[in-house]
Design a binder for this molecule. Structure first.
Ligand code: ATP
Ligand code: MG
Length: 236
């Protein structure tokens, strides 16, 4: 699964809620995302956009319907069939609305198992436009990152998460666009990522900006956990 360039996603009869005593957040969702497609998701706050991503990662039990990547569902019980859950999750790279970094160094945040060369890390930082900034840090790649990355700006955190996604090489890339603004230069890099860096992957973008929406092949419009519209960008 993680060897693929891009992968399809199938969401079938999905009902999703965070707990049994809470209301349904996604109601009977059906969606097929083709390999290599760029899907934009829109909808008002609370409509279920980020929840769809939680479901995609199987972070909560799904007891009605299923989600499959390239036809594979994760194996959730010993007795069940399916691909290893970690492998399934590794096939999705995610840049969240509030990108989280861990306490440690910049290097450890990008290269968790310490397997990448200095050249590789430098090349990716250059690609996301952060290399000059890293070079001004006295400790360079070994600069300290505080808990949750609170010593960095939102834009820097997003760009670092993007660098991490580039290194991850997963067939599916998900971006939950930040609602708060980043500076124009970082914004340009985020837009370029959609078009250039991840152009051969399957992309799911929760879009708040018109400039991003225009670059999507199809748009899914959610309202209170239900699909209001799904179709080519020009028709929505
Ligand atoms: P936004 O545009 O503000 O990011 P969204 O479309 O991403 O909104 P979701 O975060 O998916 O909205 O929320 C959908 C519903 O699920 C909301 O009613 C929200 O309160 C609820 N919800 C979200 N996260 C949780 C959680 N961890 N536990 C319980 N309910 C949750
Ligand atoms: Mg959200």
């Amino acid at each position: 699964l993680t060897e693929e360039r891009c992968a399809s996603v199938e969401i079938k009869d999905l009902w999703f809620r965070y707990r049994e005593d809470l209301p349904w957040v996604l109601k009977n969702l059906n969606l097929e995302i083709k390999a290599g497609e760029r899907l934009g998701i829109v909808g008002r706050t609370g409509s279920g956009k980020s929840s769809l991503i939680q479901a995609l990662f199987y972070l909560y039990p799904i007891d009605k319907g299923h989600i499959a990547i390239n036809g594979h569902q994760p194996k959730l019980q010993e007795s069940a069939q399916g691909v290893d859950l970690n492998l399934y999750r590794q096939s999705i790279a995610f840049i969240s609305q509030e990108p989280i970094l861990f306490q440690g160094t910049l290097r450890s945040n990008l290269d968790i198992d310490n397997s990448l060369t200095e050249e590789k890390l430098t090349a990716v930082l250059r690609q996301v436009g952060l290399l000059d900034w890293v070079l001004t840090q006295p400790q360079g790649l070994d600069m300290r990152i505080e808990e949750r990355g609170k010593n960095l700006s939102l834009g820097e955190r997003q760009l670092l998460c993007m660098a991490r996604c580039l290194l991850q090489q997963s067939p599916i890339v998900i971006m939950d666009e930040a609602t708060s603004s980043v500076d124009p230069q970082s914004e340009e890099i985020l837009v370029r990522a959609t078009e250039e860096f991840f152009s051969d992957r399957t992309q799911i973008i929760i879009a708040h900006r018109l400039s991003t929406l225009a670059k999507c092949d199809r748009i899914l419009w959610l309202q209170s956990g239900e699909v209001v519209a799904l179709g080519p960008t020009a028709e929505i």
